[in-house]
Design a protein around this ligand. Structure first.
Ligand code: FMN
Length: 211
């Protein structure tokens, strides 16, 4: 395997700097629609980075589950490592990479817990196994190598027999309110197009960045 010779010459598209959206959420929605058209697997998979109380960054994949004018929503366990990071430092980054489009989106923003009823509504829409999963796992805790989920699953099944599975209070959504969003489109000869939106005095300002 010769890693140093792995290289693509990007040439699928361009950013039309004469035709931009007023805010990055609108621009993101256009790109996300494009990604859904070409990426039938998980166009909503993105990398969330947070910083721990001892100042170490850490990244993991999460699934985007909503976009609106406020920002980008994902769901998780409020006791997980990422949630502990966010408790002390809500500044996070979210990164989407859609290789089929030769596009990347980098978002910096502030993570805030969403309203309880919005978490409830999304939880209700999940398949029963995923709902049980939210109860089953103390996400990010150390468990024994021989830990067997079946016992806990059995007791949960009797607890919720013939009933709806309630949302555990430690499970819910965060909305990342963006303060900076960069759109990157791969271009030939590494002369990529980069468009950055940043909030300045409460307004979105856009700039082109050198590749
Ligand atoms: C494709 C994919 C999708 C994932 N989606 C989520 C998600 O939406 N929410 C979540 O909490 N973890 C998700 N995970 C698991 C996280 O990457 C991570 O392992 C978990 O959240 C624990 O992270 P933490 O210990 O940093 O809190 C996903 C992993 C992959 C690979």
């Amino acid at each position: 395997m010769d890693i140093k010779n792995l290289r693509l010459n990007y040439k699928k598209s361009t950013i039309d700097f004469k035709n931009l959206a007023k805010n990055p959420i609108q621009y993101f929605m256009n790109w996300f629609e494009d990604a859904l058209k070409v990426n039938n697997l998980e166009a909503n998979a993105c990398v969330l980075s947070s910083v721990s109380s001892d100042n170490y960054p850490s990244s993991r994949v999460v699934l985007l589950k909503g976009i609106n004018e406020n920002g980008f929503t994902f769901f998780t366990n409020y006791k997980s490592s990422k949630a502990k990071d966010i408790d002390v430092n809500p500044n996070v980054a979210l990164n989407f990479y859609w290789p089929e489009l030769e596009r990347q989106v980098r978002i910096v923003g502030i993570a805030k817990k969403i309203m309880i009823n919005d978490s409830d509504n999304y939880f209700k829409s999940r398949p029963r196994e995923s709902q049980m999963g939210a109860w089953l796992s103390d996400q990010s805790k150390v468990i024994g190598l021989d830990y067997n989920f079946m016992e806990t699953l059995n007791s949960l099944e009797s607890k919720f027999k013939d009933k709806e599975v309630e949302r555990p209070l430690h499970w819910g959504g965060y909305c990342i309110e963006p303060i900076k969003v960069e759109f990157w489109q791969g271009r030939p000869s590494r002369l990529h197009d980069r468009l950055e939106y940043k909030i300045e005095d409460g307004k979105w300002i856009y700039k082109r960045l050198a590749p």
